[in-house]
Design a protein around this ligand. Structure first.
Ligand SMILES: [Zn+2]
Ligand SMILES: [Zn+2]
Length: 369
């Protein structure tokens, strides 16, 4: 086990990450120090690295530590930490999935049951690198988990490779498909088959979708989407015309269009096409574009005339993470859940970003020492 706390520092788009060392954060009462075992490059980090939208203007001269999609094991428990959020006893070495942000629990939104819309959630990621708890992102060996961050022990049949995407991609998709009420008999289109998209195929089927249609341009991703539950796939590299793709969805749905379309590409350019794939009464789910500064065309009269709605989801409530862990354990022997990520060492973080940006890997995963 690493006795130093290495972290990859990000400065600005176009500049490589640099590895630096920090103190290991001491646990305080009610919290715990986590040894990160594995951490992924999430699409949101790819947006920051590229400088998409307004993110291109963000420069941090002293560097900052990105990373949030991760799993780890208990390195040191703070006083008074006895159990996880299922009430299971905790001990050093236990494998954990954790909520990477912390809703305050006492603001107006939290009190109304909208903890995913808490404005305080990301305050724990802010602070000086020279001050405790030093490493506030998961591209590091150790991370401090504060009281109020949901934590769940990982069942033995769920590997680190399976669980590493649970605390962002998977929980996010579970929250999103709940928000648009995917239910028995629905016909669902998934735009984009990266990590989010392939999970969405599986979760939509679990919720009873009659048909899942997956769209992407990379055959390998579409194959994994099929293995995760997609009934039909549309390869953008074969059907290059937007109108033809919309017609393909109509043809597969008796001319109606899809009851739910989910945007998991991370690009505003695909939204208008997705909206045009909707059935009357359909629901559009926006998850992929988390940064501001882009826009899309939309005919509001069509939304009105066809009784459609658009929902957008960022982060998730604690129960979505609990459901994610249960989903993984229930399907560990049935679905190719450990094929979503591909391994890199922390030292190779720059190459991992280049490869994921080029679409060579679905989700790059840094294996920590
Ligand atoms: Zn993420
Ligand atoms: Zn709150």
């Amino acid at each position: 086990m690493s006795s130093t706390n290495r972290a990859a520092l990000f400065y600005e788009p176009g500049r490589p990450f640099e590895i630096a060392e920090f103190p290991i954060p001491e646990p305080r009462p009610g919290g715990l120090t986590l040894k990160i075992t594995r951490t992924n490059i999430c699409g949101s980090e790819l947006h920051i690295w590229r400088g998409d939208g307004r993110l291109g203007q963000v420069v941090t001269p002293e560097g900052r530590i990105l990373g949030h999609e991760a799993t780890g094991s208990v390195y040191a428990l703070g006083d008074d930490v006895m159990t996880d959020w299922n009430g299971a006893p905790l001990a050093e070495g236990d494998r954990l999935a954790f909520q990477y942000f912390r809703p305050c629990g006492r603001c107006r939104n939290c009190m109304r049951g909208l903890s995913e819309a808490c404005r305080q959630s990301f305050s724990i990621q802010r602070g000086e690198l020279t001050q405790w708890p030093y490493t506030r992102g998961t591209f590091s060996d150790y991370l401090y988990l504060h009281p109020g961050q949901a934590i769940f022990k990982v069942p033995d049949n769920v590997t680190d490779t399976m669980v590493v995407s649970a605390n962002c991609a998977l929980a996010q998709v579970i929250m999103g498909l709940e928000r648009v009420n995917v239910e028995m008999g629905d016909r669902v289109v998934i735009q984009g088959c990266g990590g989010l998209g392939v999970y969405a195929c599986a979760i939509a089927k679990e919720r009873g979708a009659e048909m899942v249609i997956a769209i992407d341009s990379i055959p390998e991703r579409l194959e994994l989407a099929r293995q995760m539950g997609a009934d039909e796939v549309i390869d953008i590299s074969e059907i290059t015309d937007s109108r033809a793709r919309i017609n393909a969805v109509k043809d597969l749905t008796d001319g109606d269009g899809a009851d739910v379309v989910a945007e998991l590409v991370g690009s505003a350019e695909v939204i208008n096409e997705g909206l045009r794939m909707l059935n009357w009464g359909g629901r559009y789910l926006e998850i992929g574009v988390f940064f501001t500064g882009t826009s899309f065309d939309c005919d509001p009269g069509r939304l009105t005339a066809q009784n459609q709605r658009i929902e957008a989801v960022a982060s998730y409530d604690a129960v979505s993470l609990q459901r994610a862990i249960e989903f993984l354990s229930r399907n560990a022997e049935r679905l190719p859940l450990d094929e979503v990520v591909q391994d890199y060492a922390l030292e190779d973080i720059n190459q991992a970003f280049v490869d994921q940006d080029a679409g060579l890997v679905k989700r790059a995963s840094l294996v920590m020492g």
